[in-house]
Design a protein around this ligand. Sequence first.
Ligand code: ADP
Ligand code: ZN
Length: 210
Amino acid sequence: MNLILLGAPGAGKGTQAEVISDKLGIPQISTGNILREAVKNGTDMGVKAKGFMESGALVPDEVVIGILKDRIAEDDCKNGFILDGFPRTVPQAEALETMGVNIDKVISLEVADETIQGRLSGRRVCEKCGASYHVEFNPPKTEGICDKCGGNAVQRKDDAPETVIERLRTYHEQTAPLADFYDKKGKLVKVQGQDEVKATSELVLKAVNA
Ligand code: ADP
Ligand code: ZN
């Protein structure tokens, strides 16, 4: 099954993608995590992407499309995958079609902008494996330490309040139109993402299995 998780920054795409990934045994592909890794390692791509990410803008389409194409060509994707944070623009969605990727379902996590700020300010992300946590709603067992790999769970630079405002603006302008894009193809399923993580996971799994 090939799935897309759509939603604003902080809507819980990463968290829910992990849940589906565990349940269905298909990989979660987060372009954000891949880009952060590239920035951390100082690769050419990372150097190019850094400024866009830190200002709350999108990384250029051709860069992320290239990343995604390489990633889904890997062996572990042959039974399906969950895209978390891709596509983020209509040209990215069109690129998936050009690549011949058939998307089964697009789960849109619906969360109001007012909720986003609190979620992002409390968010912590593992430096090593990218797993995401929240100090209040989804804390790791040991403060600051990733449950999965023992790495450090830290705050992301772009979760600073000024950058969050810019990311939300970018989202409404460039990414939100994708809901309509996939709705017209009959693939969009809206899921209420305002409640706690577990309640949302149940709704998401129901939508995936429906
Ligand atoms: P979130 O969903 O919390 O905003 P991500 O981890 O998915 O964050 O992405 C972080 C940043 O990486 C984005 O703000 C953007 O700059 C860049 N990025 C990630 N995925 C894409 C994409 N598909 N297209 C363009 N930029 C992307
Ligand atoms: Zn980790």
